[in-house]
Ligand binder design. Structure first.
Ligand code: ATP
Length: 502
């Protein structure tokens, strides 16, 4: 993760928000390369799920919507996480990400150590020894096996266990409070009146904007069951513990689809089909299939209205974590809005001549998490020969050409030869009309290649003396294999089209 964060800052992908003021926890800014990568991911998603399908329509709803929407959806009353305070260190934790392990000394449980999800075993033992020392039992034998294996989620800890627990950043036991529900929606006030009637929310998901517009889209008469509505856009959650770079932030972007189906449709088969489509899409933008796994939520952990949820998990640098949630949400959301708004959410199904409120399958993906997965998949350190044939280490981002921030770089072999420069500039201007390309005339050609490798530009195009003196062909270099071949301009454009626009 450190390598990725370092490269992102150094090469202008991602910066901490408000960095000149020391940063702002849970918020990030995307620099020149980051914004390109981000836009390319969103465009690929939109192209594949909206433009290239006949059954999905697009939408862009407002971020702030009528507060009644969030009442109907259940967010006002239920969208919260269990918060735990440490009275000593003033740190805050999410109870479902905090665990305790028993400190067993000479066979007797003498207390507990608390640690956050993902903490390493050695650090837990160290904390247990600290607790042992504070109990004046320095000579006692510590059961390290129990520390490694007997973990309880803090949400399930009893009051007595809590009183005996040493918090992650505390020096004495008993500093952690019992978990309490912490609301995740950001509140704001709309209009000149600052009273409670003006309270509104920044949306915590884009999905409700889709449900709120479902009737408008049905009424425009372009859709028939099954059909989907897709939306990308910002979402905001006042996460208790934003962490792991852009994985878990307070302002992020989602790409969501609500796919409406008949109530008696074979939802299990359709759900499976969506899981496969989503997996294939992730592979199409460069994630390796081996890094993607499925986490099927156990029935007892599902919300009462939910029929099934499968998360696509990805092997991030900080572990295997949720990337894409694919849920079967029955007719719950539309029925809630029907009840709260008093407007019918029924659709007339031409095929079966029936009227009903459809059920829905919801594939919900985060742009920023996808971007982190893409960075993780692309990051590579390898060895390649330099200009002199010596083997050299390089950092290379192996982005798929479809989403790479810069698609190709054009180089005149020498910058002080006007005949090379003018051909190179002309080609650069031509390619620039279609793709984000880069022009670089300065420095040794090997160094210019290396700079592009580090930002993941898949193709290098060099204009040399053969171009101007012989046949007009250019050298096309492949970032990953470093192989070079000569192509005509027409071949070059055809090749780039196939790789980038694919
Ligand atoms: P988590 O448990 O990791 O907080 P979640 O289960 O609450 O996530 P959902 O409500 O299912 O997430 O949101 C759908 C998708 O939106 C997630 O799969 C993820 O890609 C993205 N997402 C959710 N919360 C965040 C966040 N705080 N930062 C970045 N992306 C997020």
């Amino acid at each position: 993760m450190e390598d990725i964060v370092g490269l992102c800052k150094r090469r202008g992908f991602i910066f901490a928000s408000s960095e000149i003021y020391g940063g702002y926890n849970g918020f990030y800014d995307y620099g020149p390369l980051g914004v390109e990568l981000r836009n390319n991911i969103k465009q690929a998603w939109w192209r594949d799920f909206v433009h290239r399908r006949d059954d999905i329509e697009g939408l862009d709803s407002s971020i702030i919507m009528h507060p009644k929407i969030w009442k109907a959806s259940g967010h006002v009353d239920g969208f919260s996480d269990p918060l735990v305070d440490c009275k000593e260190s003033k740190k805050r934790y999410r109870a479902d990400q905090l665990f305790i392990a028993p400190v067993i000394l000479d066979g007797e449980t003498c207390g507990y150590v608390a640690f956050v999800e993902g903490a390493d075993a050695a650090a837990i033992v160290k904390r247990a020894k600290k607790l042992r020392d504070s109990l004046d039992k320095k000579q006692a034998t510590l059961d390290e096996d129990a520390l490694a294996t007997q973990h309880t989620e803090f949400t399930d800890a009893t009051d007595a266990q809590r009183a005996q627990t040493l918090a992650p950043a505390a020096t004495a036991v008993g500093s952690l409070t019992a978990p309490r529900e912490f609301k995740l929606m950001f509140e704001t006030k709309v209009g000149p009146l600052a009273d409670d009637s003006a309270v509104a929310y920044l949306r915590p998901e884009t999905a409700q904007g889709i449900f709120a517009n479902y009737k408008n889209i049905v009424d425009t008469g372009r859709v028939k069951i099954p059909f989907g509505i897709a939306q990308t856009g910002k979402a905001f959650r006042n996460e208790i513990t934003p962490r792991n770079f852009i994985f878990h932030s307070r302002e992020f972007e989602q790409m969501e689809i609500e796919y409406f189906i008949a109530p008696d449709a074979d939802w299990k088969a359709l759900h499976r089909d969506w899981i496969d489509q989503c997996t294939n899409w992730l592979v199409s933008i460069g994630l390796s299939p081996e890094g993607i796994t499925e986490d099927i939520h156990p029935t007892e952990k599902l919300a009462f209205y939910s029929q099934a949820t499968t998360d696509l998990m990805y092997q991030f640098p900080h572990g295997e974590q949720e990337l894409w949630g694919i849920a079967c949400r029955s007719d719950y959301d539309l029925k809630q809005h029907q009840e709260h708004s008093g407007k019918s959410m029924e659709i007339f199904d031409e095929a079966t001549k029936r009227k009903y409120v459809p059920h829905v399958i919801e594939p919900s993906l985060g742009v920023d998490r996808t971007l982190l997965a893409v960075l993780t998949a692309a990051y590579c350190e390898d060895e390649v020969p330099n200009d002199k044939g010596q083997v050299e280490k390089r950092t290379v981002m192996k982005f798929s050409p479809k989403i790479a921030p810069v698609k190709a770089a054009v180089f005149p072999l020498l910058k002080n030869k006007p005949e090379l420069v003018s051909v190179a500039e002309k080609l650069y201007k031509k390619l620039q009309r279609r793709w984000n390309v880069f022009y670089d005339a300065s420095g040794a050609i090997g160094r210019r290649y290396r700079r592009q490798d580090e930002i993941g530009t898949p193709y290098g195009i060099t204009i040399d003396f053969d171009t101007i003196e012989k046949d007009g062909t250019v050298t096309l270099r492949d970032r990953d294999t470093c192989e070079q071949r000569r192509v005509t301009e027409a071949e070059l454009i055809e090749f780039l089209e196939a790789q980038i626009d694919g």
